[in-house]
Design a protein around this ligand. Structure first.
Ligand code: ATP
Ligand code: MG
Length: 429
């Protein structure tokens, strides 16, 4: 196939074999968020470029080199969203729904776009489920976010495979003082820093802590620690969070180098990481951003949120063999009909059965075919039972009911009794 007719590198089709697992994951998260009182918001996928520059920060990897930016036909610079927080903040401001201290607990799901080097767990179009909470400043809500994700890992069977890393970046004042101390320290070692870190030292010094370069990492061992620069308020906030995680029994490690890639974080930052996916180890990441709403032109409004990468979590479920067995089967019953009169009766019968059993996964044969070929299709569909309707059955107003997975003999069932019979033998989701 010519290249122009292929999908763009790093942008993947999610094929029918994969969608059941995606839907299971998304459904599990959506139910959980509903149960904790979060409400869904849906933002556009495209926003003004300026929105991301202002909120994410000019000197971040995302804004410097990862955005899909283009001019609209009228000359506006637009960008495919690289993350959800900016648009969510824009939306709540635009609709005034955080005004007057109104609490909002929101979540969203959808594709994000970043021009990165595609590899396992890292794509150019990827999907996130994220959430944002506005107007709650205490550590109780930071804890709730983490407790919810902990419950999610429990439901998915992933608890043993993930680890929580925590840090506090403090208020902007304490972060400012820490930044100065860090710059002073790093300036004494500037010629030993890798090139990226030298640049970041000038533009965004905290990001040096993020380096993957072993020599720079060795220098950082003796660097000042954020924890020593936290003011009382930030320290109490962090202690409050840790006490709540301890109360629920959620294990964590403090990672003083955890700073997160985006500019807007303050106080709590956290990541759920795994060693089951190779280099792409972060499956969920977030933190508090008390200054962001104001920075975007709103009234001072505390905020906290996280986003998880759906591809990475789906990969984990597969890698750890946590795909629920029932996802393998998408059809309960396959209805075969032979000859035109029987086909008409089968269609009418199937609709009656659907009326009575709305959750039944009933596939009706299409395209005719011999007994043998329809049976083959029934078997291949994965159905537990085949229903058979030919001239004889039509005359007697019955259907043949045949177990396909070796549970018992074929029997004859009256049309009127069919729904009741199916209800007893097909477990309904
Ligand atoms: P990373 O360090 O892996 O680049 P990030 O810090 O850039 O992640 P965030 O912006 O915090 O990621 O996004 C939250 C989550 O979205 C990540 O933890 C990850 O699970 C997922 N994610 C981010 N970028 C990608 C990508 N390019 N492909 C797939 N998933 C991604
Ligand atoms: Mg990244």
């Amino acid at each position: 196939m010519s290249k122009s007719l292929q999908a763009i590198r790093g942008m993947n089709d999610i094929l029918p074999e994969q969608t059941p697992l995606w839907r299971y994951f998304e459904g599990t998260v959506a139910r959980l968020l509903d149960n904790y009182g979060y409400r869904q918001i849906r933002m556009p996928i495209v926003e003004f470029t300026e929105l991301f520059k202002r909120s994410i920060g000019e000197v971040t990897d995302i804004v410097e080199k990862e955005m899909y930016t283009f001019d609209d036909r009228n000359g506006d610079s637009l960008t495919l969203r690289p993350e959800g927080t900016a648009a969510c903040v824009r939306a709540v401001l635009e609709h005034g729904i955080t005004g007057g201290g109104q609490v909002q607990k929101l979540w969203y799901i959808g594709p994000m776009f970043r021009h990165e080097r595609p590899q396992k767990g890292r794509y150019r179009q990827f999907h996130q489920i994220g959430l944002e909470v506005f107007n709650l400043e205490g550590p109780d809500i930071d804890a709730e976010l983490i407790v919810m994700t902990w419950r999610l890992w429990g439901e998915l069977g992933l608890r043993d495979a993930v680890k929580l890393e925590l840090n506090s970046l403090g208020t902007s004042e304490s972060r400012g003082r820490y930044r100065e101390a860090l710059v002073e320290f790093l300036s004494g070692h500037v010629d030993k820093l890798d090139e990226d870190s030298q640049r970041r030292l000038k533009t965004n010094p905290l990001r040096v802590l993020d380096t993957k370069n072993p020599e720079t990492q060795a220098i950082l061992v003796d660097a000042p620690k954020m924890a020593d620069y936290l003011d009382d308020e930030s320290r109490a906030h962090f202690e409050g969070l840790k006490a709540r995680l301890d109360a629920v029994g959620i294990p964590y490690v403090i990672n003083p180098k955890l700073v997160r890639g985006l500019d807007y974080y303050s106080k709590t930052v956290f990541e759920w990481v795994t060693d089951k996916l190779g280099a792409q180890g972060t499956v969920c990441a977030g933190g508090r951003y008390d200054g962001l709403v104001e920075q975007m032109g709103g009234k001072p409004t505390p905020g906290v949120g996280f986003a998880m990468g759906i591809e990475r979590l789906v990969l984990m479920l597969e890698a750890l063999d946590k795909v629920p067995e029932e996802l393998a089967r998408q059809v309960d019953v396959y209805l075969c009909a032979f000859g035109e009169a029987a086909e008409l009766a089968a269609l009418a019968l199937s609709e009656r059965v659907r009326d009575q059993l709305p959750n039944l996964r009933l596939q009706i044969n299409a395209g005719g075919g011999s007994f043998k070929s329809q049976f083959k299709k029934a078997d291949k569909s994965g159905a537990l039972y085949a229903l058979i309707l030919g001239d004889d059955e039509l005359a007697q107003q019955v259907v043949g009911f045949k177990p396909l997975r070796g549970q018992g003999e074929q029997q004859s069932i009256a049309w009127d009794a069919l729904a009741a019979h199916l209800a007893t033998c097909v477990v309904q989701g």
